[in-house]
Structures are given as structure tokens and as C-alpha cells.
Design a protein around this ligand. Sequence first.
Ligand code: NA7
Length: 534
Amino acid sequence: MKYDAIIIGAGFSGLYQLYYLREKLGLSAKIIEKGSGVGGTWYWNRYPGARCDSYSYSYCYFFSEDILNNWNWSEKYPQQPEIEKYLNFVADKLDLRKDIFFNCEVNKMKFNETNDKWYITSSCGKNFFSDFAITAVGCLSSANMPKIKGLDNFKGKSLHTGAWPKAGIKFEKKRVAVIGTGSTGIQAIPTIAKSAESLVVFQRTANYSIPAQNFDLTDDFKNKIKKDWKILKNKMLNSRHGHPWFEEKRSVKNTEMSMRNEILENAWKEGGLCFRESFEDVLFDQESNDLMSDFIKKKIKDIVKDKRKAKILSNIDHPFGTKRPPIDTHYFETFNNNNVDIVDIKSEKIIEINETGILTKKNDYKFDVIVFATGFDAMTGSLLKLNIVGKNNLSLKDYWSNGPTNYLGLQMPGFPNLFTITGPGSPSVLSNMPRSIELHVEWIGECINFIKKNKYKSIETTEKFSQSWIKEVNNAANSTLLPKAKHSWYLGANIPGKPRVFMPYVGGLNKYRKICEDVVKKNYEGFVLRKQIR
Ligand code: NA7
């Protein structure tokens, strides 16, 4: 089957890319989607408590006033079912389903140099030829299942949060283990604890978390958002992280103590990711970061009544914000429940998983269910799974053997006509994702439009520009404290053997947008456009 473009993935990015190419440019395009429905991340991550950390009314498409006017978010932070419902609403409204192959997984993608086409084979027996290939596979889609000895021996149920069964799991009368205390574990633990007979949390690295302070949105607020959507959009586009707020122009360390505490207390009451933005130097200055980190550690100790649990939870080894900061609803409070305990697996090491549970240095814990909230092979994992092969038979896996190299997070040299939405090297996970996604979808769409209109056959970035972009990505990261979190998935450190490279671009979505726009103004500087097949 021949198309102008094949898109992989039917989440936020794939759906908009399909609409853009089909409706705005009149091209033939199809999506290949592994799941049986739309949603991407929000299709797979249906674990209890799954919720978005961005404001609902900012975590949605802004390209269509019609969509904005016809959808109402119920809460400040939407739950997984509501986001999945939203993406289904969009797919129906834009009549996208007819161009999606569901239950179909890409096996291999190979660039054919004799005709400049991508040849894509899939699990559902269909093969595709296309001028362009666009990956819309998300940054956190390749589940990380740790290789713990004896995992297969467990007779109870074990499952990863990123591949949660549609039918759900009942925890009533169950003894449950949760391994992992990242954003996912921190969302799942309070919800599971409500119904489980007992819950033991296995924590490797203690984590900060800020209360979400979630609430239902009022009708007045919903109407105001509809009326002021252009102001909201403008604010997001001009902010560093694509959220509708700006960081306060003040320094933690240079603010007098009582004033600083008052600001932090108010920010804690406000909650959410904008807690960090109550000062501007938290990610840049160690002393300022220490002050903010200490404030949160003290909060943890105040909330958690049991001193042993409080010590395990507040013994945090990295500066605040240098790993993805979770936000929560009653996470630390949950450890005050008698049915919830915590094990620090740095001191009480897991020896193996056995038939009945988890054996550590000190205990033989019995469980009915083990939940792995152990994260993802972030940013590169989902791309490498596609088995992409470019020019000269070079696989992406080999090309990225020392870490991801690309230009603007959008394209790799040696892989013409292939675009990666929110690829490594772009702001992606450091931003409110729909803003990064809309930027990339529109940039890629207009690039393809330019190529088609001018009768080019291919576009390919160069090694020189890719190397210099990666330097820019590293310099941006090194100007912050972020590389100080040695075990962060931003660095690939959660996956054994993965190259340690800081992957997302920290320079800010607002700055990045201008860089992308300038590249276009300079006639796609950094890319080679060809009219002839090689
Ligand atoms: P994260 O943030 O990668 O968290 C995974 C957690 O699992 C984290 O606490 C890890 O500890 C822990 N982990 C990972 N591997 C192991 C092993 N082998 N043993 C014990 N514990 C382990 O993933 P999330 O799913 O929580 O969040 C990902 C993003 O999804 C999130 O930021 C949002 O954007 C949505 P570690 O800290 O590595 O020591």
C-alpha cells in the first residue's frame, strides 16, 4: 500500500499529524497503531490513580477552536479515562479512525535508496510504502520491566503500570507490592492502598513530591477558559515549559527567610508543577535548590507520623527538580495508614522474587499482586523498537549506540524523510506535551508541504548540524543542576547498559520554538533538500 506519509502511533501527536497532512495538505496518510484504540500513553497507562500532571485545560489541542469549544474538562488534573475519552472525541470529530490501522505493530522500517521511499512491515500482515515516515510513538512508551531474579516464578499476578489490563485489577483482600516511587508509583500507591488488604512499597530512590491540590472546575471557570483561550495559548507558547505560567523573577537564596517560607507555604497550598516556578533559580543554583529541597523534606517529616517511614521517604539523594518532579494526592499521608509499609531496597536489598512474593535480605514478603511502577526506557526505547534502518543499511540502533544524535530532535542524518515527533534533543518531556507536539506536527507538516510544492524528493539533516545541536543540548543541560541526578531517566540511567546522555533539551520550549522557526526562515538550514533520487 502506497501513501504520502505513514505515521506510527495514535496518541496526541499521531492524531494531529494525520489530521494536518490529510486535511490541511490534502495528502494520503495512515496511522499504524499497536493498540486497539486511540490514546497512546493514555491508552496503555490505565493503572489506578493515573492522572495528568499538567492542567487539563492546558493539556489539550489548541489548533482547533471547534474542539476547544466542544469539550469540557471536569477537574484541574484529568484522570486517564477522561483523557482517553477526549482523544476518542477528537478522533470521531475529525473522522480520523478510517485512516488508522489498529492492532498493528511495526516490525521494521527501511529506507529504500533507489526510490527514496520508506518500506514498513507490520505485525498485521500489511506492508506500506511511503514518501515520509513520522514517528509519533511518545517518549515514555517502552516499559522497563527490571530483570529481578526469579520474576517468572511468582505464582500471583505481576504487572507493569504501563501495560495495565483494560478490565482493571481488583485489590480488595489482596496483599500488594508496588516497586517504584516515580510519578507513576506516587499516583498509584494512594489509590491501591484504599482497597488493598495490605500494601508494601519497595523504594530504591526516595523522591520529592508536591501535592497536586486537585479540584473540580466550576462552570464559570470553564466558560472563562473558552473565552480566553487565545490569551492562555499565548502564555503557554511564551513560557519555558509550555505551561500557562511564568517563573517568578526572584532567587530562593536572596529572599529573606520569613518571606521565603511564606512564598513556599503559599506555593505548597497552590500545589502542582508550578511550585518549582515560585523562584527562578531552583534548577540553576545549588544553594537555592538546597533551601527548596529542605523545605520539602521537612514537609515529608511533618506529614509522615512513623519516624522510620518518614526517614526512608525523606532521605532524598538528588536536588529537587533534577528528576521528573511528581505531583500527588495524599501520597505521603498514605504512609500513615496501618495497611501501608515501605521498604528501602538500598539497605534491604531484594534477593529474588519467589513463588509467593519478594525475598529480601531481611524478610520473605508474601504477596498476591506485584505492581511494577518501574518506568520506561525513555525517549529512545520506543524509537529503537521500530527497527529503523536508514541509508547504507545503517540501523538506528547502531547509529545511536553512544546515545541519540539528531538535529532539533526532529531528524537523524542518514535517515531521510523520517521525522521524530518529540524526539530526544527536543524539549518534549520537560514541557507540557501537547504544546511540544503541536509545534512539531505543524513544523513537520509545513516542511512536507514545502518539499511537495517545490518538487523535492527528499530532506535529510547533516552530521555536522546534528553534532552541533547535540552540543547545544549538552550545554543547556550543563548550565543547570539537572545532570546532578545520576539515576535519572533523563540521562538513560534507569536502564542497565544504556548510554548516559542527557536527552531532552533544557533550553526552554519558547527558545526552542524560535530556533525551529529560524531554521525554516533560513530555507531549512541544516537540512539537505534533493530533487533527484541519489
Ligand atoms: P520513573 O520516574 O522512571 O520511576 C520508576 C521508579 O521505579 C523509580 O522509583 C525507580 O527507582 C524504580 N525502579 C526502576 N527500576 C527498578 C528496579 N530494578 N528495582 C527497583 N526499583 C526500580 O517512571 P514513572 O513511570 O514513575 O514515571 C515516568 C513518567 O511518566 C513520569 O515522569 C511522567 O512524565 C509520566 P530509581 O529512581 O531509578 O532508583
